[in-house]
Design a protein around this ligand. Structure first.
Ligand SMILES: CC(C)(COP(=O)(O)OP(=O)(O)OC[C@H]1O[C@@H](n2cnc3c(N)ncnc32)[C@H](O)[C@@H]1OP(=O)(O)O)[C@@H](O)C(=O)NCCC(=O)NCCS
Length: 230
């Protein structure tokens, strides 16, 4: 029987500190050193990319022996990272990722799963800011503002919206703190979510649209303390 789960992974401490910058075929290949004016931003992007690739490879590998280590990511500006396998062929999985300050989380699941993930520093969003990206129904759920933002961004990615669609176009239905559905542009999707803390001070959210009843979310912990799911 085909396994049915979403594999969620993060980069390990060693991967976060590894030297070098993964190739980025869709963007200019100039190294950070050569572009001294843009160096800090370039280096930040480089460490994020490294972390994202490491997390993505682990998430894909954990999908029962798929070809994770040969995974490459093609980054389309303003679009979802497109996964490629060096062995060729179209990947038979859906991949979603999020990165920030050199850390990254990724999730993979067999197609046609519709998943989205987000990573945020805890406390990044304050209660004063929630009205800019939520409606009263969402605020009434009483969820921590950063967690609400992470859920919203993960849902936005799961739907696959374009960058000109604001978060306000998306409404999360939350019952007792848990996501049950996502509404956007007149369409309603059943949904489930998982929120956890991959590192102290960080929160991550994963959203699946139209979830399969049999599906489990399997967290690939990079360290013993990384597995705390809420
Ligand atoms: C696209 C967006 C979600 C990226 O979020 P971010 O916090 O900057 O970055 P994250 O690390 O969480 O996610 C980036 C990854 O999301 C993925 N992604 C980008 N666009 C995507 C899309 N349309 N659908 C699914 N995934 C997408 C990519 O894999 C990307 O990785 P890359 O940058 O390495 O290519 C962000 O621009 C956004 O917030 N858009 C919604 C519009 C909006 O209303 N924003 C502000 C509300 S006040």
């Amino acid at each position: 029987m085909t396994p049915s789960y979403i594999s969620i992974a993060q980069a390990t401490a060693a991967e976060l500190q590894a030297p070098g910058c993964p190739a980025e075929p869709a963007r200019p290949a100039a190294g950070c050193a050569a572009r001294s004016g843009a160096r800090p931003a370039c280096e930040r992007r480089c460490v994020d990319r490294r972390a994202a690739l490491a997390a993505a490879r682990r998430a894909v590998s954990a999908l029962d022996g798929r070809d994770g280590p040969t995974l490459e990511l093609v980054h389309a500006p303003g679009g979802a990272a497109l996964p490629l396998l060096r062995s060729g062929g179209t990947p038979d999985f859906t991949l979603t990722l999020s990165h920030s300050r050199g850390r990254a989380v990724a999730a993979a699941a067999e197609k046609p799963a519709r998943i989205g993930i987000d990573l945020e520093r805890m406390g990044r969003i304050t209660a004063d800011h929630t009205r800019y990206f939520t409606d009263p129904e969402e605020r009434a759920a009483g969820i921590d503002p950063t967690m609400l933002w992470a859920l919203k961004e993960a849902a936005w990615k799961a739907v696959g919206l374009s960058s000109d669609t604001p978060f306000l176009a998306l409404v999360l239905e939350l019952r007792q703190g848990a996501l049950t559905a996502v509404r956007v542009n007149g369409t309603r999707f059943e949904a489930t979510s998982r929120v956890w803390s991959p590192w102290p001070g960080w929160t991550a959210a994963l959203v699946e649209l139209e979830p399969r009843a049999t599906r489990a979310m399997r967290l690939e912990a990079a360290s013993p303390r990384a597995g705390a799911a809420a």
